[in-house]
Design a protein around this ligand. Structure first.
Ligand code: PEP
Ligand code: MG
Length: 756
């Protein structure tokens, strides 16, 4: 057992290391001393430090126990061997039988073949791996969790030495030297649309911790308590005063974030780290390192967001501990700032000067990222999932964020800059043109009127009805409210959200789609068995019918929210007519219940189904007389028609939405609904694509629901289209169906002055 498997042992070890750091000496002699001390303290025959060189190779810099001639000779690629594995995953490994691990790579020059056990931890700084610290033992040894923790704490001391001690040149510490000076383009995912140009500002809460080791843990715990208190007060103040937090789910996001400050688990982990000998700020950093390592492992987008919030909070707490809480970071922002971050919490964005903040790029982040929700409220484009972003962008780099095409240009060449300057100019001209026609009807040159509605999921989307001049909300994705909450919203909470959505729509219709959870829409608070094919699994109406209480609560909330106004309810993922029937019966139960209880019931109730499972087409004859409207969910309909996962980027361009099979199916659905005089709409992504809308008009669709930003372009297209002419051309095309419909329509548009 090592001496450092206990908090007091760890404290002693840290003290000894601090003495070394305080004494004169070269970085190399310090490293040599440190590995010797750790080996002795942890009763290990070997202790070695590997340092990352040029962002890709781990070089043995110091060792006690391995052959000295291997120092500065042995190099491992990131991912190579156990050391490379620790670096690539940024996580510790503790192996009693390291030699039989599939990743074990034996280097003869080190003489390590005799050592059976290995425990190694990454040397981390601001989430970046600077190296690896490892101990080895000749015998089979089971390292304890406490020993791993101690080694992690020691690794923090080494991180400081590497960063500040000229162990490797500062230029080498700059990520991926060489790549960083050339222009490049990175692909990402659009989290908020728009185009922005500016200068990279790394959102690295630039906090330098000078004091790692503390003498008196009690004093540090007191400092922590004070800082926690001050931070909570400051957060409350921010929540009370910031205009973005005024209402809607983004307020909920911020409030949930605030609740983390009360998380006992988080606080007690920090206290534990203090007890092992760290200062309060170093303890916060240690817990933050653990959080970041966990974030790398977790794929669940919702949980990752929660951890990102926690990361945000840790930065904030450190600033309070170091008395830097009032400093806006960074102090001097360029006039056009593009924030670059691994991930960031929603509140952090609000620390930046909104006049200067033009765009955000994240290495991580998902569509439901809380920072993206707040950014949308600020109308700032956000790009997420930019692979290797932090390694490739340096502070001060000129950047172009293209949130419309999900691309980031780093140090763009002159021609790209000019192209984008032109694109931004055109974009702003187009926005002005769309704004100018937003109160004009979406009617074709020859008089066909089309109803344009928006898709919404958050209360902040609702004012877009007015901003875009839309006819209402054709799809309100109620699951988003569930996804940003911490636990199942009860009837009162749901009613409040739905009522506010109806109030804000000023009498225009809102079609509420009942809960469409499952598949990629995860609720962190609902543990479910994993499914092999979740998109085709237990989701949406299948869950609602198997757990009727859930659906009934939602329907009850909708009825209450209507307060006597008309109510439209739509059921998702209906595959067979009886599913719709059962769901409608539950609605009737709730309506009767409300009436019997003497409550106000909606003045009119319309009930519809989404057509997004191809099987439903074959039951339209039975279904259509039983409902008031249908809305085609073309995203899922296409996914199931082509058996092609809609979330798989490899398949994104494989099947065109305008390919013959999809066109045929959509045409048959439209013909059946129109023949029965049923209200028909389409609310998938294609409704926002002006060329696809040309085809949809030919197929008989007259109502479309789309992302708010698509209303302008679709309206402009419709108002410049002679539908009669297009229908003649369409008839010609139908005589000999084509596989390149999109390009044919494009040519037609060009020849006939249709605005695309
Ligand atoms: C669809 O499937 O087309 C649809 C509108 O629903 P969602 O995208 O929410 O699955
Ligand atoms: Mg769908």
């Amino acid at each position: 057992m090592s001496q450092s498997g206990s908090p007091s042992g760890a404290r002693l070890l840290l003290k000894r290391l601090r003495n070394i750091m305080a004494q004169p000496g070269t970085p190399q002699t310090r490293l040599d001393q440190i590995v010797r001390i750790i080996a002795g303290d942890m009763v290990a025959e070997v202790c070695s430090t590997y340092v990352m060189r040029a962002g890709q190779v781990l070089e043995l810099f110091a060792t006690e126990g391995l052959k000295q001639e291997a120092v500065h000779q042995t190099r491992l690629r990131v991912g190579e061997g156990l050391i490379g594995d620790i670096a690539s995953h940024a996580r510790p490994l503790a192996l009693a039988d390291a030699q039989h691990h599939p990743q074990f790579a034996y280097r003869p020059e080190t003489g390590e073949e005799v050592y059976q056990s290995l425990m190694g931890v990454p040397i981390l700084r601001s989430g970046r791996v600077l190296g690896v610290l490892a101990v080895q033992n000749r015998t089979r040894r089971h390292y304890t969790e406490e020993e791993v923790e101690t080694l992690e704490t020691v690794a923090m001391v080494l991180a400081e030495l590497i960063i500040s001690g000229n162990v490797v040149s500062q230029a080498e510490l700059a990520p991926e030297e060489g790549i960083a000076v050339v222009a490049m383009r990175l692909d990402g995912t659009t989290l908020a649309p728009g185009i922005a140009k500016g200068v990279a500002v790394l959102h690295q809460p630039d906090i330098t911790i000078t004091q790692l080791v503390a003498e008196d843990p009690l004093k540090e715990i007191e400092r922590l308590d004070d800082a926690m208190g001050a931070m909570k007060l400051a957060l409350d103040e921010m929540l009370a005063t910031t205009d973005v937090a005024a209402g809607g789910e983004h307020r909920e996001v911020l409030e949930t974030y605030r609740m983390f400050a009360e998380d006992r688990g988080w606080a007690s982990r920090i206290v534990e780290a203090i007890e092992s000998g760290l200062t309060a700020e170093a303890a916060v950093q240690k817990v933050q390192n653990d959080t970041r390592a966990r974030m790398r492992e977790i794929t669940d987008p919702y949980l990752r967001e929660r951890l990102a919030d926690l990361d945000d909070l840790a930065n904030r707490l450190q600033r309070h501990l170091l008395g830097q809480a009032d400093i806006q970071q960074p102090r001097e922002l360029p006039d056009e700032t593009i924030l670059v971050a691994r991930n960031m919490g929603p509140a952090e964005l609000l620390d930046y000067d909104r006049k200067k903040l033009k765009g955000v790029v994240l290495e991580e982040g998902t569509a439901t990222a809380h920072v993206a929700i707040v950014a949308r409220a600020l109308d700032v484009p956000v790009l997420g999932r930019c692979h290797d972003l932090m390694a490739k962008v340096l502070p001060g780099d000129p950047l172009i964020v293209d949130g419309d095409n999900a691309q980031l240009y780093v140090r763009p060449a002159e021609d790209i800059q000019q192209t984008y300057a032109e694109a931004m100019r055109q974009r702003s001209e187009r926005q002005q043109a769309f704004a100018a026609i937003r109160h004009l009807p979406a009617v074709t040159l020859d008089g066909t009127e089309v109803t344009l509605m928006i898709n919404a999921g958050l209360l902040i989307d609702v004012p877009q009805i007015e901003a875009q001049g839309a006819a209402g909300i054709g799809l309100y994705r109620t699951e988003i409210t569930f996804m940003v909450a911490q636990s199942f919203p009860d009837v009162a909470r749901q009613r409040d959200v739905y009522k506010r959505a109806m109030d804000a729509s000023n009498g225009k219709p809102v079609i509420f789609r009942t809960l469409d959870i499952g598949s990629d829409k995860v609720l962190s608070y609902w543990q479910r068995d994993s499914e092999e094919n979740p998109a085709m699994g237990w989701r949406a109406i299948r869950i609602s019918l198997d757990r009727p209480a859930l659906l009934r609560q939602q329907l009850r909330a909708l009825i209450l929210a209507a307060e006597g106004r008309p109510l439209s309810v739509m059921f998702p993922m209906v595959a067979e007519a009886w599913e719709f029937e059962e769901a409608r019966a539950l609605l009737k139960l709730e309506l009767d219940r409300a009436a019997q209880a003497g409550q106000q019931v909606p003045s009119a109730v319309k009930v519809g189904a989404m057509i997004e499972v191809p099987s439903l087409y074959f039951q339209l004859d039975t279904l259509l007389d039983r409902l008031d409207f249908v809305s085609v969910g073309s995203n899922d309909l296409k996914q199931f028609l082509y058996a092609a996962d809609r979330g798989n980027p490899r398949l994104a361009d494989r099947y065109d939405t305008l390919a013959p099979a999809m066109m045929k199916l959509l045409g048959m659905i439209a013909a059946a609904a129109n023949a029965q005089g049923k209200s028909l709409s389409l609310c998938g992504e294609m409704a926002g694509d002006p060329i696809a809308v040309m085809a949809l008009l030919c197929l008989g669709f007259r109502q479309l629901s789309m992302a708010p930003t698509s209303i302008g372009p679709v309206r402009a297209m419709i108002r410049s289209l002679d539908l009669g002419r297009l229908l003649s051309y369409w008839a010609e095309l139908q005589a000999r169906p084509v596989s390149d419909l999109r390009s044919r329509l494009l040519v037609f548009a060009r020849d006939h002055g249709v605005a695309l």
